[in-house]
Design a protein around this ligand. Structure first.
Ligand SMILES: [Zn+2]
Length: 257
């Protein structure tokens, strides 16, 4: 038995934390750099069809320790909040290939292409102070109209996990918007006084029926409330001076130039 050189292992604190079956929260994790084994996972066609499974497999392979859990199987990684999984994925990239990420954005005003060298370690991270995340609640502007014509506006969502990501990956792959409906439907805890069985029977159809105004409101509420890494970048176009927001360009995330 020999231990790995220290430079291959890195300790991080999860923004949300993993709660085990006994209700104990684990925040501290140890990751190791990616190796040829993970290169094989990345190239595996089975995982290319399901982004959620790919992330589970990669993290499971590189996570040496989660809190003081005796062992962490795939189900531990799948049970983690998406916010923590995304955070770990970012750190995995950063410790293996470095934090510099070549990104490119298109200005919505003048269509110019803007090249930016992003620093993954500089992205803002929101860390929860308590050990279990609160649900995201909001009041929709237009609301959901049920078949009796009643309008439901009070919406409660829980934060998505890896299990959710894996479940909606086929829809996400087909169509990002339908994928998002499926994901939100899984996370929907309540909508006005719509009975639970009704809500479950309708599923993603509820989300599809909401106005785009309400859908944007949900996006914003999730982004504001969400713990984890903020992937929204503020960009100023050097050509025309236009200020805009864009999601971090991850094209070269796992295949750096
Ligand atoms: Zn511009």
């Amino acid at each position: 038995m020999s231990t790995l050189p220290a430079s291959r292992e890195f300790e991080f604190t999860l923004p949300v934390g993993y709660t085990d079956d006994e209700g104990r929260a684990h925040r501290s994790v140890v990751l190791r750099k990616m190796t040829g084994r993970e290169e094989a996972i990345l190239a595996d066609r089975r995982f290319q069809r399901n982004g959620g499974q790919l992330v589970t497999e990669l993290l499971h392979s590189c996570l040496i320790r989660v809190g003081d859990l005796p062992k962490n199987g795939r189900s531990t990684v799948a049970g983690m909040y998406s916010a923590d999984r995304n955070y770990l994925l970012l750190k995995l990239r950063s410790i293996t290939f470095g934090p510099e990420l070549e990104a490119s954005y298109t200005c919505p005003s003048c269509s110019d292409t803007i090249q930016i060298d992003e620093d993954l370690d500089d992205l803002p991270v929101t860390v929860l102070s308590e050990d279990s995340p609160e649900d995201v609640t909001m009041e929709l502007g237009d609301g959901y109209v049920d078949r009796e014509g009643q309008v439901h506006t009070a919406l409660t969502l829980r934060l998505p996990t890896g299990v959710d990501e894996e479940a909606v990956a086929p829809q996400m792959r087909q169509n990002a918007s339908l994928g998002k409906n499926a994901l939100l439907a899984r996370c929907l805890k309540s909508l006005g006084d719509l009975p639970r069985h009704r809500m479950e029977a309708l599923g993603p159809k509820i989300l599809a029926d909401l106005t785009m105004t309400d859908r944007r409101m949900i996006d914003r509420a999730l982004n504001e409330a969400a713990p984890g890494v903020n992937l929204v970048r503020q960009i100023e176009c050097p050509n025309c001076g236009h200020l805009f927001k864009a999601n971090l360009d991850m094209t070269h995330f796992l295949s750096p130039e």
